[in-house]
Design a protein around this ligand. Structure first.
Ligand code: SF4
Length: 481
């Protein structure tokens, strides 16, 4: 490989949103419920193929979490990417179903690798990471909607900030047909509890499943955003493909299933993308499946680019977050107006109020965002770490006597690298966007007469919140207002 020139960033889109993603792959293990009919069976981490880059990298070090993280950091450094703000992503199978001891060690190894030092306990590793060179600013776990609610407290102890749920489609009949082993009610429950505990929630959506069709896919997709029980913060759109060793492969050869054609996928994706509201980010479109592992479906993993270019040509704008991020506008050398303003979108979700705060310019280019949730603690609510933190607090003071309203910041994101890229221009005047967003969130909370604001914070961002007057309480950063 040719080494990058000084200051040349290889594959800049990898860190264009300001955070460096480090994916860590789990060793193979079957899910407890069996296998969904579209899931490949290839003796590698479930739902992945042997030639996926992340699987190959993991196999090289026998799925050792410590080595995977160290190797990724080195690779990013060699490509001149920043490695100070890291998002850890645990991938492959259902992590929360692995043996407890394994889960603990795996997470600890990840922090140890970021610190480049072995700690005695996870807590010690986290404390070290608060001031480490490579800080864990976000930690993401992929899981099933029926395997997460009971693990919320544990996930917070690990420093998890984002959960990706395999939702695929919100239809019980189809769940049965594809052997998902959970129901729509599980999705609703997981979404509500995760939201109240402050997590950012991503859904994986799979158009083209057996039992569905384009009309149904679109109808149910629209429901994701019209029904307050769902409203995810992020999406991954992975059309159903036929992969080796899956039950779907047998159905395909027997003529019982046909995946969407490239044209059908394109049509569905365009309509879906046009229906995504401004508070949701489409993280990925199409799964990266090496062509030799695709029995039927489309190999066009770059379909998103093609669709977006087409939409740009037609001047039809998308509202979803990624399409509007400053990093992409800078990459495309667009002329940027740096007159910034605050925009607030308020919407109802899972029995609470969500405030989506954005810093945008007049062309709707996005520089930073914050998600604030205000909700009422119900008597019947299932306790989460966040609730427990508040209950403890409310016993000590009388401030919650007349209200059981809670406020939590679920995400604060300023497009860091993008700002650095634009440092020569006027954009450098706008440092402090995070503070601006936090101030506005605090104003809303005060107006609601709530005396305390909590923030779900990656371990590596605690120092930042401390400077804004927040203190660590039960894994959350909390400020009395
Ligand atoms: S839950 Fe995910 S990993 Fe498990 S069988 Fe289904 S698709 Fe595969």
């Amino acid at each position: 490989m040719k080494l990058p020139e000084k200051n040349e960033i290889r594959k800049p889109t990898k860190t264009i949103s300001g955070i460096t993603p480090v994916a860590v792959m789990l060793p193979p293990r079957r899910c407890n419920h069996g296998a969904c009919i579209y899931c490949p069976n290839l003796n590698v981490p479930q739902s992945y193929t042997p030639k996926s880059p992340v699987v190959m990298r993991a196999m090289e070090v026998r799925y050792d979490a410590y080595k995977q993280v160290r190797n990724r950091l080195k690779a990013f450094e060699a490509m001149n990417h920043p490695t100070d703000k890291i998002e850890l992503i645990i991938m492959g199978g259902t992590f929360l179903q692995y043996p407890e001891k394994f889960q603990y060690e795996f997470i600890k190894d990840c922090y140890d690798a970021l610190n480049n030092k072995k700690s005695k306990t996870l807590q010690e590793a986290q404390r070290r990471n608060e001031q480490a060179k490579h800080r864990c600013v976000a930690l993401c776990i992929e899981t099933r909607p029926d395997v997460c609610v009971e693990h919320i407290e544990k996930m917070r102890k690990w420093g998890v900030t984002r959960v990706e749920l395999g939702v695929q489609i919100i239809d019980d009949k189809i769940y049965k047909k594809v052997k998902r082993g959970h129901t729509v009610q599980d999705v609703v429950r997981a979404t509500e509890d995760l939201r109240n505990a402050g997590f950012k929630i991503g859904y994986h959506i799979m158009p083209g499943l057996p039992g569905s069709n384009m009309k149904k896919d679109l109808q149910l997709f629209k429901k994701l955003f019209s029904d307050q029980k769902f409203k995810p913060d992020q999406l991954k759109l992975y059309p159903c493909q036929v992969m080796p060793g899956s039950e779907l492969e047998k159905m395909y050869w027997r003529g019982k299933y046909k995946p969407y054609t490239k044209e059908q996928i394109e049509k569905v994706l365009i309509k879906m993308l046009k229906n995504v509201p401004r508070y949701c980010r489409v993280m990925r479109v199409m799964r990266e499946i090496p062509p030799e592992y695709l029995i039927a479906g489309t190999i066009r993993i770059d379909l998103r680019k093609e669709i977006e270019n087409e939409l740009r040509k037609k001047q039809s704008k998308l509202k979803e977050i990624r399409y509007r991020e400053i990093g992409f506008a800078l990459r495309d050398e667009k002329k940027i107006n740096f007159d910034l303003k605050l925009r607030i979108t308020r919407y109802k979700a899972a029995k609470g109020e969500e405030y989506f705060l954005e810093i945008v310019n007049k062309d709707d280019i996005l520089f930073g965002l914050l998600r604030l949730r205000i909700f009422e603690e119900q008597a019947t609510i299932r306790p989460t770490t966040f609730h427990q933190a508040n209950i403890v607090n409310s016993k000590k003071t009388s401030q919650f006597k007349n209200t059981n309203k809670r406020a939590i910041v679920r995400e604060l994101h300023v497009y860091g690298q993008a700002l650095r890229l634009g440092e020569k221009g006027e954009v450098s005047q706008h440092k402090g966007l995070g503070k601006w967003l936090m101030n506005e969130a605090e104003k809303i909370v005060r107006k609601e007469k709530i005396k305390e604001l909590a923030v779900i914070s990656g371990v590596g961002v605690r120092e930042y919140y401390k400077k804004l007057g927040y203190k660590l309480k039960n894994t959350y950063m909390v400020k009395n207002l």
